[in-house]
Design a protein around this ligand. Sequence first.
Ligand code: HEC
Ligand code: HEC
Length: 306
Amino acid sequence: MDAACADTCALVRVRQCRQMGTPKTILCTLATLGLAAAAGGAWLVWGGLYNVSATEQHTQPVYSLLETAMRQSVRLRARGIEPPALGAEAQVVHGAACYREKCVQCHGAPGVAQGDIGKSMQPLPGPLVDARQRWNARELYWVTKNGIKMSGMPAWEYRLSDQDLWALVAFLERLPDMTPQQYAQASAPMMPSGQGAPGGPACGPGPRAAGGAQDSVRRGQRALAQYACNACHTIPGTTGSFPQVGPPLAGMARRATIGGKLANTPDNMVQWLRHTRTVDPLTAMPEMGVTEQDARDIAAYLATLD
Ligand code: HEC
Ligand code: HEC
């Protein structure tokens, strides 16, 4: 093709294609269409044409497509989960208390409006009164444990014990039958199930099944993103926009000290991650509520970064 046809080369190629045999024509047309789609996509992205404002709703076809992809993804991944016995009264009451503490702000409840954050999110987190119609128990468990990427639904795996997660599922299954009064009673901060002190938090992280050293490294890598370490640090093995708020953690295994305060040993790393401000009251690194087990896993992962 000569230079003069540069602008219309796609059309010219289609015409050239017509002069070839049928299989070649198909391949050539597909290649041309592929190029045109890539050019259109690049224009959309680099031209800033897609409106990311959360006040602009998705169009119905885009919404339906995303929703279907999400549904199918959850179905596939939840298949192998075996639910325990669900529905005992104490379990539902415990689930209601967890729900009031962790979920109402976004999802609302019978007689309770969502908080401002929940009301203004896109996609909008709905009241989960009808969730039982769309999801079975293992799927509700999977969604609550793992969250939904790019929707704002958080993963609760690192915030709630397995017992809490199943109690939430039991509660969600009972929710459609609850009146606002029954919900208010079940979710009252005084905990008849005996979990937690009256007025104190009803739910929290619990121990996870211990695995081998390799398992610990893998869990540590996952935990980094769940404790938002990658919001401040650029860390090999996590994706992000290369933040510079804290020092990059590449080569951490080779450093002599942690934060210039402690010798770089696994125990000291756990100490730093859990009690950062006790180690150094002046440091800008906040305490992130890391549990003992998660701190050990994160330390194991950081020790592999040389
Ligand atoms: C920060 C806000 C937020 C919090 C807190 C939150 N969620 Fe969500 N949740 C969302 C969003 C956003 C969606 C996605 C809605 C969509 O895609 O239609 C969602 C979706 C879900 C779904 C699937 C809904 C459906 O019917 O398709 C379930 C189940 C769910 N959340 C359970 C929970 C539980 C249980 C808790 C508390 C442990 C919780 N969520 C806390 C924002 C939140
Ligand atoms: C809000 C930002 C912020 C978050 C979130 C954060 N850090 Fe830090 N981190 C810092 C800053 C700032 C320093 C430097 C502190 C100093 O030297 O006093 C630091 C220092 C460190 C160091 C010592 C680095 C060195 O070279 O000595 C390690 C290790 C570390 N952070 C790991 C983590 C892990 C793991 C998490 C998640 C559990 C985390 N950080 C979360 C800001 C943050």
